[in-house]
Ligand binder design. Structure first.
Ligand code: G4P
Length: 535
């Protein structure tokens, strides 16, 4: 027992969340640079560009020049094994973006200092809350003019309902930005702005009363001393326990593009972010230190190579040890699956993996036999919880151009729903297929894949729905009454679960008020049931 404890304790698996343009790509790149995983800034962006040019990705992905994939980047920093998961943003925001957060132990939130909390961050934060994921905050772009530090902190506290504890403090902003004081280490880093790509430490000052400080930053030295005194007296002190429970976020300031504040951030992350912890399954909690292997699928990436229709299932390891060529028991099918050709995602590409531990993400090639939500173990029947479908925010109706292809359409939709590309609903009234997604690009991907993989020529059309919730009720009589009254608003999802679809948040709120006995759920756990309910 416990033979892997050391390997597990030195792992940090986290996702970077932000609103587009806050600096997520830049910061990722700088973290990799500090981790020695890349040697030149620009490599992540360049790699993205190269990937599109290589044409083994979907045409649609190339056309739009954006990434539909979730990247996993593994690197080592000071003896710590870091698994960094990217959350797709921009137009490629999708359920995958949310589901990445089911596979991590903590998150790093990037906020643009000029913009404060933006909508996409709010949405991602809501998902973090579902599992109380600990979050470290990085306020970026201090080299440009933005909000006063205290204002951006209160913006975070108000909009995200999380207590902030500043662990660093900026010296000036914009042209006057000189560096950050680190409350945690009680030292000061000064720097000269400049978009150099090397890693610079700047000048380190250990004592705030050091006159060298006045020499270097002039009148800003006294301003800083006053700020620090004020913050130390007034700000919430950092409480590791509150952070680990997701109730408090340590806040760092910096400028990703200038490498500034990045090293402090990474050092702190490595020190305080949690290593892999226990994970709930339907029947029991699984400790990462258990000897037997277990893991779950949180993402499927299709069309890695269109000629082979192959897919990669991304598995988060929860316990035990993965070894090359091992067989694992797939709970949903009751079958053993040979994990040949498992891949681990390194910052600089994919590698065949010989062994992997809890916290690691491995990729398993398959031909559609693995679904999102699948649990793999050595032999114990087990089903991990907390890998849900999320309520769609956009809906479309599928119009089939050739009615003879109805069967193909059904098959395609079932498989795409299993892969998590899109959600499919059948209203109880009528014969339509409704597609539901949290990001609009999911519709284009669905249509493109229906055409190229299933030979189905279909288009989508707007519908009035804007909100949906899965519905449940302990009282069958009440449920029946609700369904009778709202027949035209009820649809079954691919697993046959009932959902209430409506035209606005306001309508939904009204309905919730009218029907207090009905539960309206924003998420629904993916089960091991067959998805043959679309016929
Ligand atoms: P994202 O992944 O969150 O979408 O953001 P990304 O890193 O692509 O950064 C968005 C823009 O913000 C980029 O500018 C980037 O250079 C800039 N940026 C990132 N960090 C900082 C910072 O610390 N200070 C300032 N002033 N800007 C920063 P762009 O003009 O869109 O792209 P580029 O031409 O610079 O690559």
């Amino acid at each position: 027992m416990n033979i892997n404890r050391k390997e597990i304790d030195k792992r940090r698996t986290f996702a970077i969340i932000s609103h587009p343009d806050a600096g997520k790509t830049t910061l990722t790149e700088k973290l990799l640079l500090f981790g020695g995983a890349i040697h030149q800034a620009g490599a992540v962006k360049a790699r993205k560009a190269q990937r599109y040019a290589r044409s083994d990705w979907m045409a649609i992905e190339k056309e739009r020049g954006i990434s539909i994939t979730t990247s996993v980047m593994k690197f080592n920093y000071g003896g710590v094994e870091i698994n960094l998961l990217d959350t797709p943003g921009h137009q490629d925001f999708s359920e995958d973006t949310y589901r990445v957060l089911t596979a991590v132990d903590s998150a790093l939130m990037v906020i643009d200092n000029a913009r404060g909390v933006e909508p996409q961050t709010e949405k991602l934060m809501e998902v973090c809350r579902m599992r109380n994921i600990p979050i470290i905050t990085f306020i970026n772009k201090l080299d440009a003019e933005g909000m006063a530090p205290l204002d951006v902190i209160s913006d975070i506290e108000d909009k995200l309902q999380i207590e902030c504890s500043p662990l660093s403090w900026p010296i000036g902003m914009g042209k006057r930005f000189k560096g950050v004081y680190n409350f945690y280490k009680k030292e000061l880093h000064l720097f000269k702005p400049g978009r150099k790509t090397d890693i610079r430490e700047g000048i380190v000052i250990k004592d705030l009363s050091d006159l060298k400080l006045d020499e270097i930053i002039g009148s800003q030295a006294d301003e800083l001393r006053e700020d620090i005194e004020l913050i130390e007296g007034a700000a919430d002190p950092f409480e590791p326990d509150h952070y680990l429970k997701g109730n408090q976020t340590p806040v760092f300031f910096g400028s990703a593009i200038n490498n500034f504040g990045v090293k402090e951030l990474l050092d702190t992350l490595v020190e305080m972010a949690p290593s892999p912890g226990p994970r709930a399954a339907l029947t029991r909690e699984v400790s990462p230190y258990e000897k037997s292997f277990s893991g779950f699928v949180f993402k499927i990436q299709a069309n890695m190579n269109p000629a082979h229709r192959d897919r990669i299932a991304f598995i988060r390891i929860c316990s035990g040890k993965f070894t090359k060529g091992m067989k694992a028991f797939q709970n949903r099918t009751g079958k053993d699956v040979q994990f040949s050709n498992a891949t681990i995602f390194m910052a600089q590409g994919r590698e065949n993996v010989a062994e992997a531990y809890p916290g690691d993400i491995i990729g398993i090639y398959n031909h559609g036999t693995i679904r999102i939500g699948d649990t793999f173990t050595e032999k114990e029947p087990l089903k991990f919880c907390g890998i849900p479908n999320f309520s769609p925010e956009f809906f479309k109706k599928v119009i089939l151009k050739n009615p003879l292809k109805a069967k193909h359409l059904r098959k395609g939709l079932i498989q795409l729903a299993e892969e998590g590309v899109v959600q499919v609903f059948r209203p109880v009234v009528g014969n339509d297929y409704l597609l539901g997604a949290v990001g609009i690009l999911q519709f284009d991907v669905t249509m493109e894949r229906l055409r190229s993989e299933y030979g189905v020529d279909a288009v989508y059309e707007s519908v009035n729905y804007k909100v949906s919730r899965w519905i449940e009720c302990d009282d069958p009589g009440k449920m029946e009454a609700f369904e009778k009254k709202n027949r035209t608003n009820i649809a079954l999802d691919a697993e046959g679960a009932k959902a209430y679809l409506t035209t606005s948040e306001w309508q939904l709120g009204y309905c919730i008020e009218q029907w207090p006995e009905i539960k309206f759920n924003k998420t629904r756990e993916i089960s091991d049931n067959d998805r043959n309910l679309l016929s």
